[in-house]
Ligand binder design. Structure first.
Ligand code: SF4
Length: 241
């Protein structure tokens, strides 16, 4: 792997024996030299961590904002949706599995610098750029790069996220995005573990952070039926109290 063609990751810690600890998402991967993290798109090359998907989206599409879904943020407008391969969850019900279950090598990708994404969004009359389909956290550096271009434009930037991100990168993300569409998969830790291979606690903590930030957000709960968890049948607790 030629590291000269790669972009260094923003959130990691160097460790002994050329290992690195990725501190971007809740998985806290410790990655040996030459190996990748759980999401398969971050690689340790000689003791430094690099992203394999910077400016390499596998999907670029124009969608109505309501498809995000965002129902109370510039309704009736369109967004330029982008995604890169892979995800930090493994939801058994994922409807974007062909993207989220893939590695960067599995899918063809575009070469799309941030400036080009912004230009395309403007040319197509979009109101915003959305990081969506698979979890945006795993292409975090690309989000920040696009944010720098968006800041000099009339566009907004939004994310559709599972919120399985660590607190520090979340705080930085909240400085840039104007809205979040948040997937809350359920209210049961067992359900999160078994159906998504994920952790509910960090999502709930991050929801509080998002609410306190003042950034517009809308929560989409995926799999609750009549107020009970489909995994264990427990009633939904009042987390907003
Ligand atoms: S972003 Fe990827 S490499 Fe980093 S902790 Fe999460 S799953 Fe692991």
């Amino acid at each position: 792997m030629d590291k000269n063609n790669l972009t260094e990751a923003m959130y990691y810690e160097e460790q002994h024996n050329n290992e690195v600890a990725c501190v971007l998402c809740f998985r806290d991967c410790v990655i040996k030299d030459g190996e990748r993290g759980w999401c398969k798109n971050r690689i340790n090359v000689e003791g430094k961590l690099y992203t394999l998907v910077f400016e390499r989206p596998c999907a670029i599409q124009i969608d109505p904002v309501e498809k995000e879904p965002l129902y109370h943020f510039l309704p009736g407008t369109t967004m330029l949706s982008i995604s890169t391969a892979s995800c930090n969850y493994r939801c058994r019900f994922c409807h974007n599995w062909h993207i989220s279950f893939s590695t960067p090598e599995d899918l063809p990708s575009y070469e799309a610098p941030a400036r080009e994404i912004v230009r395309l969004a403007q040319e197509k009359g979009c109101s915003m750029i959305s990081h969506t389909y698979a979890e945006p956290t795993v292409h975090y550096e690309y989000i920040i790069s696009i944010a720098e271009e968006v800041a000099n434009s009339d566009l907004y930037q939004v994310c559709h996220t599972n919120l399985g991100i660590r607190p520090e990168p979340l705080q930085k993300l909240l400085e840039h995005v104007k809205a979040l569409s948040i997937d809350l998969k359920g209210f049961c830790p067992d359900y999160y573990r078994r159906m998504c291979n994920a952790d509910l606690v960090i999502v709930l903590e991050n929801l509080v952070t998002v609410r306190e930030s003042g950034v517009h957000f809308e929560v989409m709960e995926n799999n609750l039926t009549e107020g009970s968890c489909p995994e264990c049948g427990r009633q939904i607790p009042g987390i907003w109290e």
